[in-house]
Design a protein around this ligand. Structure first.
Ligand code: TXA
Ligand code: MG
Length: 332
């Protein structure tokens, strides 16, 4: 296993390196990447992560030229405005594919769609440019575990299953990209992220539909929604709403003989004896950045994790999406 700084990686033989999946840094979370024309490496991504085969991958591009090579020319007007504003950055859009793409990166074969984003980091875009082919990359965690926000998280999960780890320090955002698509003429938010519902509505001047959970009544547009996510090996209990501290204090009596890990954003703390506190951040963006690292860290040392919820405004929607998926019990 080799850890290489991204600047040094640019001088390596990238064709050789990308014969197998490689861990890459992005502004959101670390990804496990393969060239979209390398069927063998794409298949290995699913094996290494233990990822269900029907969950398609996000494609990372470095230029509009790359985009036009893989998507149908008929790009929705809404996307043009969103790309102008948020690319490069943490926004993934669902396009109709040109039909020359491996089924591993497509949505359900009948829909023939692909999810594409242009990552923020110039160095990563230079790497993709040098490789000359877009990279498909899901988050570089074992499926079901919290996403990796630094190289060590990816190593903890994937270890010797991957030969090359490209490092660029801790991720600046720490939650996966927003996934948005206009599907059957409906504007759908499929996964909330740092590009918020409010941000998208501001640009499109209309309300968008939040469809971030799978249900059994409708066809599944975003397959990732139906799988369990972000879960440490110990129980996570989420306390939502204004009464979060009181509810935590009440629930505490059941766990007073356990090592409690506490993750919260605001003071005053609830009156509980905790074993470790991961975070008591100042703003919602810092809290978002700490969520995955906190779940991983507390998982190592504690028996149970108590988490404070936040309201759904702005980045709060992305935080609550991840926390609700990670939790085994939720108090409202
Ligand atoms: O920030 C991110 O997006 C990170 C970094 C590495 O770029 N990637 C990431 O990938 O989070 P992943 O695989 O963990 O999540 C991709 C999500 C899944 O829920 C998947 O079902 C959905 O995007 N997706 C992929 N292709 C799709 C498509 N064609 N239509 C609808 N949803 C799609
Ligand atoms: Mg993921």
């Amino acid at each position: 296993m080799k850890i290489i700084n991204i600047r040094d990686a640019l001088n390596e033989n990238l064709d050789e390196m990308f014969k197998n999946p490689v861990v890459i840094p992005t502004e959101t979370v670390y990804g496990l990447a393969a060239k979209i024309d390398s069927e063998n490496a794409l298949n290995k991504i699913f094996e290494i992560k233990g990822r269900p085969k029907d969950n398609p991958l996000i494609i990372h591009i470095s230029s509009y030229e790359m985009l036009y090579n893989i998507v149908d020319n008929d790009i929705p007007e809404e996307y043009k405005a969103l790309m102008d504003k948020f690319w490069p950055g943490p926004l993934t859009l669902i396009f109709k594919s040109k039909g020359i793409i491996s089924s591993s990166v497509k949505g359900s074969s009948s829909s023939n769609t692909i999810a594409v984003r242009m990552p923020k980091s110039k160095l990563l875009r230079s790497l993709i440019e040098k490789i000359g082919v877009p990279l498909a990359a899901p988050s570089a965690n074992t499926s079901g575990k919290p996403s990796p926000t630094c190289i060590q998280h990816a190593i903890d999960d994937l270890n010797d299953k991957v030969e090359y780890y490209i490092d660029d320090g801790p991720c600046s955002l720490g939650l996966e990209s927003t996934v948005f698509g206009v599907i059957d003429s409906k504007p759908l938010l499929l996964r909330p992220g740092f590009v918020t519902k409010e941000n998208i509505e501001d640009i499109l001047k209309c309300e968008i539909i939040v469809k971030t959970k799978a249900n059994s009544f409708e066809p599944n547009i975003c397959p990732g929604q139906k799988y369990r996510h972000y879960s440490p090996s110990i129980p996570v209990i989420l306390f939502k709403g204004n009464k979060w501290a009181q509810n935590m204090e009440k629930e505490y009596s059941k766990y007073s003989d356990k090592k409690i890990g506490l993750m919260c954003i605001s003071s005053p703390d609830p009156k509980i004896l905790y074993f470790r506190k991961f975070f008591n951040g100042k703003c919602i963006k810092e809290y978002a950045n700490a969520i995955f690292a906190g779940l991983r860290e507390l998982d190592k040392e504690c028996d149970v994790i108590f988490v404070q919820g936040v309201s759904l405004e702005n980045e709060g929607m992305a935080i609550m999406d991840r926390l609700e998926k990670a939790s085994s019990i939720i108090f409202d």
